[in-house]
Design a protein. Structure first.
Lengths: 230, 124
């Protein structure tokens, strides 16, 4: 294509500008580590990343959980979901492995949520694991009954935003600041929010894999019919 | 200037961003463009993590970490939405590319069912 050369030069110029920008950064940036650690004892958790996510900058995370909901709503309104065609149902060994792996993955997601208060972990990591477990289950042809229960799915998807916003409102009533938890109880509030967020994040990531709103009844999409969603 | 230990990560992040930027401009296929955006995002994440690593103190700066953590989840969801939109484009035009103005003016020039069409996810 004729345009490749000027675009390549433009990209190289961008590379040069970005390299200059990152190299001209100070060798010892001040950062926010000290500020994060200074009030860590009051935040209710001992993992500074979780403190940033759900206490110091809680509204960021609230908006982000909203973005996830927005993404799945948009995808659901664009397309009908297709059941994965290359599924694992004809592979008995993988299916019996799934039977062992799925509960372990759920347990690990819960563990990541709990450990997030003290060490690396939290709702996002646990949610990613839960989403992966859901994808595995769908590939194995499992969980159709849950997926056809659309009201349950919708409740799960909005749980994160709903609980987060409710906690924010209640905390505002108690302390006068949005998502400003009453002193000494930050850990409990954070755990409530994260539990709901874990479910919503896991469901969102897993259901996005279907690429659309799950099809009803038996979950079977008429296959090999390209004109069906035109 | 950041020290040598972190310089390589910062420069790699800048390079990833520039590579993704070039692909985004040059590639017409929507799937490639979506991938290009993801490569650009990875570059940004790498820069953030490298910056977090070089702040003084006992631990890496938790604020960029938290931002990258949320950024990854958002980029996954944005990618899913972009893929759904690309599929709608294909369903509407028969092509996995955005039409240029001249294409839209003279649609007879284009072969609607291109060979690219069935390479992606099998559509039902």
């Amino acid at each position: 294509m004729m345009r490749r050369l000027p675009l390549g030069i433009l990209s190289l110029a961008l590379l040069a500008a970005l390299s200059w920008a990152v190299l001209s950064l100070p060798a010892k940036p001040t950062g926010l580590t000290e500020a994060s650690l200074a009030r860590l004892a009051e935040s209710g958790v001992t993992n500074p990343v979780t403190a940033v996510l759900l206490n110091y900058r809680g509204y960021d995370t609230l908006l982000e959980v909203g973005v996830l909901l927005l993404a799945i709503v948009a995808v659901w309104s664009l397309r009908r979901g297709e059941w994965p065609t290359g599924d694992l149902r004809d592979r008995p060994l993988l299916l019996s492995l799934l039977r062992v792996v799925l509960p372990v993955l759920m347990l690990a997601a819960g563990y990541l949520l709990w450990i997030g208060a003290f060490a690396p972990g939290g709702a996002f990591q646990g949610g990613a694991l839960l989403g992966g477990a859901l994808v595995l289950a769908m590939l194995g042809g499992r969980g159709r009954r849950v997926l056809n229960h659309e009201r349950l799915l919708r409740t799960g998807l909005v749980a994160g935003v709903l609980v987060f916003a409710t906690v924010g409102a209640v905390a505002m009533g108690l302390t006068g600041g949005l998502l400003q938890y009453p002193p000494g109880s930050g850990g409990t509030w954070i755990m409530v929010i994260e539990s709901a967020a874990l479910i919503s994040i896991g469901l969102t990531l897993g259901l996005l894999y279907l690429g659309g709103r799950p099809t009803g009844e038996n979950g079977n999409v008429p296959s090999q019919n390209p004109s069906s969603h035109a | 200037m950041p020290d040598a230990d972190h310089r390589i990560y910062l420069l790699a992040g800048a390079a990833l961003f520039a590579i993704g930027f070039y692909s985004l401009l040059v590639q017409a296929h929507l799937l490639r463009r979506i991938m290009a955006l993801n490569v650009m995002g990875s570059g940004v994440f790498l820069v953030y993590i490298a910056l977090a690593a070089q702040t003084p103190g006992p631990i890496p700066d938790p604020v960029p970490h938290a931002m990258v953590l949320t950024g990854i989840v958002v980029s996954v969801c944005a990618t899913a939405l972009a893929l759904a939109l690309a599929d709608r484009v294909q369903a509407a035009t028969g092509r996995v590319e955005l039409l240029d103005d001249e294409d839209a003016a003279a649609p007879s020039d284009t072969t609607p069912v291109a060979s690219d069409e069935h390479k992606g996810k099998p559509s039902a």
